[in-house]
Design a protein around this ligand. Structure first.
Ligand code: PEP
Ligand code: MN
Length: 337
C-alpha cells in the first residue's frame, strides 16, 4: 500500500506516520519522494495496518491488483526520460550504449570505447562483474576492474553502463559508473533491487528471460519504491522453444511496457541475436517497435575475447553510426504508419 502525504509535510510528521504504521515485525513503512510528490510505502500484512487519519495524509493508493503503483503510467509519477551522464534516454533521439561484453584487455576496451564514441554512441557499456552460465567461465575483473573505470572513462570520454551482481557491490560500482545494469538473471533479485533504490544512479533493468512483463514492472517498482525513480527498462529477448536466435526478440514486450509505464524502454539486440549477422536486423525490428535506445555489444577485435560466444555476437564498432541512422529512420517511419 502507498500513502501519499502532503508535499510540504514536516519530515518529523512523516517519520511519526511511518512509526505508527509499522506495527511489530510484520509491517514496514518508509518514506519515498518521487516526481515531486511524497509518499509512505507500506509492506506487509494489510490487516495489521491501522487506519490513518494523520493530518499530513492526502491519499491512499492500493497496490493490490498489480503489485505496482509508482511505475504505472496512469499515476504520472515516474519520469519518461532518464539521464545517463548528460544524455536523456527516453522520448527523444535514439540513445545508444555500446561496448565490449566484458572488460578484458584494457587497451581493447579503450580502442572499442573510442571507436563507439566516434560513431556517436552516448555511453560505453562494459561488464566488470559477469553473470556466467558456467562457474568455469571468466567472471569479470570484479573489484580490481572497478578501479580501472575512472581511467577508462577519462580516456574514452563517455559515461559508463556496467552490471552489478551483488547488493554488497552497489556502493562501490555506483561511485565509479554512471548507470547500473541489472542482468536478466538477476531481475528477480529483490535484495539487489532494493539496494539500487538508494544507489543515486540510474538503473538499466533487463527483463528476465523467463519473466512476464508484469513481473518486470514489479521489479522496476522495487527500485522506485526504495527511492530511485531513474529506471530504464531493457528488453533483451526471452527463452522460447525455438533457438534460431539465442533468445526470441520480445518485441511485444516493448509495446506492453509502453502501454503500462512512462519509464524509457530500450532493447539489447546482441543477447537476443547471439550472432553478429543478426544484430542489426534485431535492432531494426526493435526500432520499428519504438524503443528509446539500444544496448549493443561491440568490440574492435572479437577474436581476442575470452568467451567465444561473446566474440560471435560482437558488432563492428565502425558500423554503429550507420545502424543508428537506419534505426532512427525505421522508428520514425513505423511511428507514422
Ligand atoms: C550483458 O549485457 O553482458 C549481459 C550479460 O546481458 P544479459 O543479462 O541480458 O544476459
Ligand atoms: Mn554479454
Amino acid at each position: 500500500m502507498i500513502i501519499e502525504v502532503d508535499r510540504d509535510a514536516d519530515a518529523g510528521a512523516v517519520a511519526a506516520l511511518c512509526d505508527s504504521l509499522a506495527t511489530g515485525d510484520d509491517v514496514a513503512a518508509w518514506p519515498v519522494s518521487v516526481g515531486g510528490r511524497r509518499f509512505v510505502a507500506v509492506s506487509g500484512d494489510e490487516s495489521r495496518v491501522p487506519d490513518v487519519d494523520a493530518a499530513v495524509v492526502v491519499g491512499r493508493h492500493s497496490t493490490n491488483t498489480r503489485g505496482y503503483w509508482f511505475v504505472d503510467r496512469a499515476n504520472g509519477v515516474v519520469p519518461s526520460a532518464v539521464h545517463v551522464g548528460a544524455t536523456p534516454v527516453g522520448r527523444g533521439p535514439l540513445w545508444c550504449a555500446a561496448g565490449p561484453c566484458a572488460l578484458e584487455s584494457f587497451d581493447d576496451a579503450v580502442a572499442t570505447g573510442l571507436a563507439v564514441r566516434q560513431q556517436g554512441a552516448h555511453a560505453l557499456r562494459i561488464g566488470i562483474f559477469k553473470p556466467r552460465t558456467s562457474p568455469y567461465n571468466f567472471q569479470g575483473k570484479q573489484g580490481p576492474g572497478v578501479k580501472l573505470l575512472p581511467e577508462l572513462k577519462a580516456v574514452v570520454g563517455l559515461p559508463v553502463v556496467t552490471e552489478v551482481l551483488d547488493p554488497r557491490d552497489v556502493g562501490l560500482v555506483a561511485e565509479a559508473a554512471d548507470c547500473l545494469q541489472v542482468g536478466t538473471r538477476n531481475m528477480t533479485n529483490q535484495a539487489l533491487l532494493k539496494e539500487l533504490g538508494g544507489a543515486g544512479r540510474p538503473v538499466l533493468l533487463k527483463r528476465g528471460y523467463r519473466t512476464p512483463v508484469e513481473e518486470w514492472l514489479r521489479a522496476a517498482e522495487f527500485v522506485v519504491a526504495h527511492g530511485n525513480p531513474a529506471v530504464i527498462l531493457c528488453a533483451r529477448g526471452i527463452s522460447s522453444f525455438d533457438s534460431s536466435l539465442r533468445f526470441m526478440p520480445d518485441l511485444g514486450a516493448v509495446l506492453a511496457a509502453r502501454e503500462r509505464t512512462d519509464l524509457p524502454v530500450v532493447f539489447d539486440p546482441s543477447h537476443s541475436a547471439g550472432r553478429v549477422d543478426a544484430v542489426a536486423r534485431v535492432a531494426l525490428a526493435a526500432a520499428a517497435f519504438g524503443v528509446d535506445g539500444l544496448l549493443i555489444e561491440a568490440h574492435v577485435a572479437p577474436q581476442r575475447m575470452y568467451q567465444p560466444g561473446d566474440g560471435r555476437q560482437a558488432y563492428d564498432p565502425a558500423k554503429i553510426s550507420g545502424l543508428m541512422a537506419a534505426c532512427t529512420e525505421v522508428r520514425d517511419v513505423a511511428a507514422g504508419l
